[in-house]
Each structure stands twice: as structure tokens, then as C-alpha cells.
Design a protein around this ligand. Sequence first.
Ligand code: OGA
Ligand code: NI
Length: 366
Amino acid sequence: MAQKPKTLASLSQEKTLQASFVRDEDERPKVAYDQFSNDIPVISLSGIDDVSARADICKKIVEACEDWGLFQVVDHGVDGKLISDMTRLAREFFALPPEEKLRFDMSGGKKGGFIVSSHLQGESVQDWREIVTYFSYPIRNRDYSRWPDKPEGWIRVTEEYSEKLMGLACKLLEVLSEAMGLDKEALTKACVDMDQKVVVNYYPKCPQPNLTLGLKRHTDPGTITLLLQDQVGGLQATRDGGKTWITVQPVEGAFVVNLGDHGHYLSNGRFKNADHQAVVNSNCSRLSIATFQNPAPDATVYPLKVREGEMPILEEPITFMEMYRRKMSKDLELARLKKLLAKEKEELKNVEKANLESKPLDQILA
Ligand code: OGA
Ligand code: NI
């Protein structure tokens, strides 16, 4: 068994992909990282607080949420300088020597810090990414000892970034609340005390990108996610359970907004939870910064609005923690069943082969 790498830096230089990153054929990329699609709408938020422009913007957002659970926003009011500082510092962090990054190693269950190719327990294939993550809200739970102190300026910039993104997320949640015919505050109130977690994803260039994924197919568990990506490309979405995929066109300075499971349940399934993954490439590395807006762990998950003729998509109210636990155990069970099926297929093949070998030649040719 090959030794687990400390970081991906050295593996990125090899000619072939280490076996632990090789995915089953059905999970491998189907569309290239740079074959961009314009199916995901890019929506300008300019004038969102003016009565006249608001209705039109809201309509576009709601359509996108019903369609894909995914859209991009521009003219969102987050300062361009803040965005470029954030991405520059993030890149500088990943360029640090392995031992510097590993000072914040979070394997072993630490809350926040650096980790290589995290994946689900029980899922044996690794993702081709490194991450650095920090829990930014509620503020009283911040643990600055888990926030990297390098590069210089990181903490100050990430604090400001978190605050501005919290503001933008709340604005978008207001729109969705109104679209559901509810009070503007309904969705944020349903989160009780909103959690925010920022995950900076670094996808090094990869020797055999067609055999692996930067981040396996998933839906985000929370309410809404704001993703900042660079111009490389690699974020992909599917609406048909993974049969066909599109690659989201990177737009300079835009945030990709995607709805998570919590948003999906609160809207009683009207708004989709975006089904997505990230692919990698052999030409260059890629950086993305995902800001997850989640409800408090003990917030209740249940549809806020069940429209006429609809049934609630949840049998009973559950806590967000319980929702997350069920999601994880379902994923683990699926991974287990998949492994079992592959094993049975293999055994069947061996039996057939043995049968064939034991037959006399004239019978095989007959
Ligand atoms: C995520 C995510 C996609 C990307 O971090 O949950 O979906 O393109 N990231 O990095
Ligand atoms: Ni995601």
C-alpha cells in the first residue's frame, strides 16, 4: 500500500496518478473542464433594493432556483479589491511549504485548518484537492488558533470577506423568502443563528485528470453556498442524476450561488439542491472559495411553505444535525452497496471464465 501523501504538491509532478485517486468508471468526468456552458444564468443584482428593478431580479433568481438550484451573481456589491486580496492570499497559503500548511493539519477531527483530499469515511477514493477551512459564524464560536497566521494579512481579510458574504447571502435569502410568499426574514429566521463556514479549495494540476475528480459529486447540506472561482473552470452540474453534465462558465468577479439541502427542504422541494462536482486538469492549478451558509445545528428542518396540492417532502420536523447525519449515513450506505455490487460482478465474471475454460473447445465454438 502506497504511503499517504502529506500534500499534493509532489504527486502533482508525477507522470501517472496514484491509485488512491482513481475513480470507478461511472464517476469519472464526462465533460472537459473548459467546455463551458451558458445554461446557468448570470444575474445582475444592480438595483435590487429599488422597487422597480427588484421584481425582475427576483423573478430571474427564482427561475434559476427552480431550474438548477444554481445561478451566478454580478454587481453584488462585494468590493473587487477584497475579492482579489482574498484569492491572492489563498494562493499564497497553498504555495507555502508542506510543513507550514501542516501546522494547521485538521486530520483527527480538529475544527478548522488544512487538510489534503478529504473524503467521506468509508469512501476509499480520494479527492484531488487540498483545502483550508475556517468557521466564521457565529462569531462567539470562532477559534482563531485554527486560522492560519500566514500569509500576512490572512485573518483580517478573511474576517472582512466573511462579513460581506454573510450580508450578500442574507440578501439572497430575503428574495427567496418573498418568492415563497413569506416574510422577508423567514429563511434567515429558520436558520436561528446562522452558521458560516469558508472552505478554500486548491486543485493542483493533475497528471491524469480523466481518471479522477477534484471533488466528488454531491449536494451541499446547508441553506445556500456562495462560490468564488478563478477563470480556469472545473465546476460542473447535472440535472439528471449524473447522466449529463455541464461545466459552469467562469465569470470574473461573480459568485456562483447554489442552493443546498436545507434550502431545498424549506421550500418543500420547489427550489433544487444543486447536484455538482469539480473536475481537474493537467494544464494548471485551480482555486475556488466556497462560503457555506448553514442553519444552527439544532434549527428545525421542515418546509416553511407547502403549496396547494403538494405533500410535505419531509415526514416530520428534524434538526439540521439529524438531517446531516441521515445524509452521511445514506452516502456511506450507497458507497457500501456500490462496493458490494462491484465485488459480485467480479465474482460472476470469474465463474463465467471458469465455466468457459472447463468446456471442451468444440462446445465453445458450437
Ligand atoms: C464545494 C464545491 C466546487 C468547486 O466546495 O462544496 O462544490 O468548484 N466546490 O470548487
Ligand atoms: Ni459543493
